[in-house]
Design a binder for this molecule. Structure first.
Ligand code: SF4
Ligand code: SF4
Length: 84
């Protein structure tokens, strides 16, 4: 399932100050929410844990970060101003 959050994704894709997508598998309970809502199929569920399978597809919409109930996927505070 992939749901498009059009306004949100376009807004976020233009924000070059969002840092690096990071997973913390120890906190992941494998609920699959982030995988289901990611609009670009960046994430997969594998052996009961989420894995960032195709980071190059991520548009930095931050939906996964907002929806994860366990803070197991997040963006670093790293400043990546410039081309992303
Ligand atoms: S920020 Fe998360 S939900 Fe959005 S594209 Fe990247 S991996 Fe998918
Ligand atoms: S939403 Fe959070 S807990 Fe659920 S699969 Fe994704 S990273 Fe794991």
């Amino acid at each position: 399932m992939a749901i498009e959050f059009r306004g949100m994704t376009e807004l976020a894709a233009n924000d070059k100050k969002i840092g690096k997508l990071t997973a913390y598998p120890k906190w992941c309970k494998g609920c699959g929410i982030c995988v289901g809502f990611c609009p670009t199929n960046t994430l997969v569920l594998e052996n009961g844990k989420m894995r960032i399978a195709q980071p190059e597809l991520c548009i930095k919409c931050r939906i996964c970060e907002k929806l994860c109930p366990d803070y197991a996927v997040y963006f670093t505070e790293e400043d990546v101003t410039g081309d992303v």
